[in-house]
Design a protein around this ligand. Sequence first.
Ligand code: 7RM
Length: 656
Amino acid sequence: MSDSTIESVLSEQRLFHPSEEFSQQAHIKSTEEYQQIYNRAQQDPESFWAELAEKELDWFEKWNQVLDWQPPFAKWFVGGKLNISYNCLDRHLKTWRRNKAALIWEGEPGDSRTYTYAQLHREVCQTANVLKQLGVQKGDRVGIYMPMIPEAAIAMLACARIGAAHTVVFGGFSAEALKDRLNDASAKLVITADGGWRKDAIVPLKDQVDKALANQSVPSVENVLVVQRTEQDVHMEAGRDHWWHDLKAGVSAHCPPEPTDSEDMLFILYTSGTTGKPKGVVHTTGGYNLYTHVTLKWAFDIQDTDVYWCTADVGWITGHSYIVYGPLSNGATTVMYEGAPRPSAPGCMWDIVEKYGVTIFYTAPTAIRAFIKMGEHHPKSRDLSSLRILGTVGEPINPEAWMWYYKVIGNSRCPIVDTWWQTETGGFMVTPLPGAIPTKPGSATLPFPGILADVVDLDGNQVATNEGGYLVVKYPWPGMMRTVYGDPDRFRRTYWEHIAPREGQYLYFAGDGARKDEDGYFWVMGRVDDVINIAGHRLGTMEVESALVSHPAVAEAAVVGRPDEMKGEEIVAFVTLEGDYSAGEELEKELKQHVAGEIGAIARPGAIRFSDALPKTRSGKIMRRLLRNLASGQDVSGDTSTLEDRSVLDKLREGS
Ligand code: 7RM
């Protein structure tokens, strides 16, 4: 955050109350009701979650233990059997929702499709049968590398139906990144499309899959299932590649849901951390189903009349939890959009709100800042009166953007639900319940019932009101990640050992800094580790550094984030070159392109700074704090006593 943002956040005193009318119809109607539920859950989290699990989900077999907590490993609803695709589909078919719109999809070139619950169920069952035909079995992993089309959600649900775990890789990731993830998960099958539409152009997804799989570089993959979307020519490898529509033709729509165990793996989703290799975050079935269901129901106050639209991509956790599983488990209507705002369609989001009468709109601060830049005449010239709740996620929202969202999009009548959570948490952790908790611009407000969140110092002691510290969670919750795929020790090291574990108390360390104000409201300040948040997407500095040094010109690289008005942060890379190469615009371009090719376009550095050497401590550690300050144009004259060679810094400063 910039200094001016931090200042305005610190001085933010405004409080926004929901209207009485809104509160009366909401699931949770008042601060008192929230407090009561929160206190009850705090006193006895297990019975709180067990009651909800009983009430909100269908189980084939009941659990015999609510929580088995062997820190830091948790099991929820032990021995219980259920199927999340059953909870998202089949159970609604027995009600009037059978013919309710489950999924409304708007394609980038303007085509659209709507699936009722009955239709979606049919598609999922057929696809599940296709997966079986291709030899996919319970416990196998399936890679999904897709554009934002209904088949992405159908593929996920089909995997869940047969008890195979999916690992969705964001369609913006490179072939290289895809290969690494498929290998880490030993995926047996990849589901993709010929291409996807992105900002009026085709993203060649199948070509990327071909590159990722070339030369047997992912030996576990046996088959590739390809959805036809953009209809350009693609290579189809005989014996390996199959068209989705060919295999689905004439396939039975009868496919009983596999009775999966509560703790059977539902999916792996890779996310960036502080070391080079992305972590495979593992989520399991029962706890995740319950947690995404209940958090969405209460925080977005889901009602049967809602048309709910989350603008995330299914390749991120937000898409998993709050486009697919949470909304469908609730029997809601979920909107999916293949496109994004772009110069040729600056009002496209508001057209969709108007076209479908969207009532709940959930997006990211970076998108809100882009809307602001495009001008208010776009939303103002559409009818947005259907909206009743607005949500935000991905990074701290600056109060200016919050106010614009509230006034211009919400017409000063829609509560803003600022949801703080992570890939690792599965669902919302700190969030307003819109009928119950008054909001403050820039604050995610209060923890969800059952979530014992706090702000502490490195010893685990609570810090004073309004003092900065580390955001932690003090008790397991059903939606928490279970482990890092294939690396339980990394799970322990990354999340459970930063704050000194003490007798009987394990704290989950989120990697974010925060403070709590006098009302107990949380103000998340951003990452305290080497993770950069670019337009709401996480990237590890090490990942980008590894990509840079894989280029022959680069000897050493250090990557930091600097504040960016639109994207929140942008990447600045400091590099030293191998002897034969010389710095210049040409090489700068080439290196940016190289990083985009290695990881994906979101990782493209905003600037590359060439240097003869990097500032290091006497023990040889790169001084990132210094580089961060340099990159954002701040004063770096103080506290450089540990610097090994001062002249390095002086030169870098001259160059800036
Ligand atoms: C859902 C998601 C997680 C990181 C997290 C924070 C930041 C997310 C907010 C936020 C302030 C928010 N998963 N973050 N939401 N910061 N206010 N409402 O984004 O795994 O991709 O990222 O994002 O730093 O640790 S994620």
